[in-house]
Write a protein that binds this ligand. Structure first.
Ligand SMILES: Cc1cc2nc3c(=O)[nH]c(=O)nc-3n(C[C@H](O)[C@H](O)[C@H](O)COP(=O)(O)O)c2cc1C
Length: 179
């Protein structure tokens, strides 16, 4: 059974990145991934919650990650989350939570580049930790114009692009699991 954990690097209540993550997660569900889980408020930086979040990461084969771009990089909250998870607990292999896992990455921004620059460094970081990152990624630009009153994404083309990330992640993990 493939298990994918979806999480965003934003703590903002009406986060655009949480909104795009929901769409990508639906793409994974549509492709047969059994469980989607997204949360980031529960892991706001204190060690107990970081530990709980690491345990969640341990239990999943793949990650769907959406991060805001802050000054051309992925968010400090996301970096903090990854840094806590990278700490080796007793009995664990180095970077066990990351190695052999796969990720699909995305970003949303009200700006013209959609957080594209942050994805470059996020990809590099994840690969350095042993996570295989899907070649396809999605940066949603001018996202404020695509959000409806319920905080969801309305634009069909954007929805298709985001769902494709979830679908590709699910299908690639399924292929790997069959070996
Ligand atoms: C400190 C800071 C730096 C930012 N830098 C960028 C940036 O480099 N590029 C960009 O597209 N948006 C930038 N933004 C705007 C964010 O894209 C915007 O706040 C976005 O809504 C955050 O994502 P969220 O809605 O998921 O929280 C910045 C925002 C903050 C607070």
């Amino acid at each position: 059974m493939i298990r994918i954990l979806a999480f965003a690097g934003s703590a903002r209540k009406n986060s655009f990145n949480k909104a795009i993550l929901k769409v990508a997660a639906q793409g994974a569900v549509d492709a047969g991934a059994p469980i989607m889980d997204e949360d980031l408020e529960a892991q706001s930086g204190i060690p107990t919650n970081a530990q709980k979040f690491k345990q969640l990461m341990m239990e999943h084969d793949g990650f769907l990650i959406a991060s805001p771009e802050h000054n051309s990089a992925y968010s400090a909250l996301l970096k903090n989350t990854i840094d806590w998870a990278s700490r080796r607990a007793e009995g664990e292999k180095p970077l066990e939570v990351f190695k052999g896992k796969m990720a699909g990455i995305m970003a949303a921004s009200p700006g013209a580049l959609g957080g594209l620059r942050g994805l470059v460094s996020l990809r590099m970081l994840l690969e350095n930790l042993g996570v295989m990152v899907l070649p396809n990624q999605k940066a949603v630009s001018k996202v404020s114009a695509l959000i409806n009153e319920q905080g969801g994404i309305d634009d069909e083309q954007t929805i298709a692009g985001l769902k494709r990330i979830g679908k590709e992640l699910t299908e690639t993990l399924a292929k790997l699991n069959r070996q």
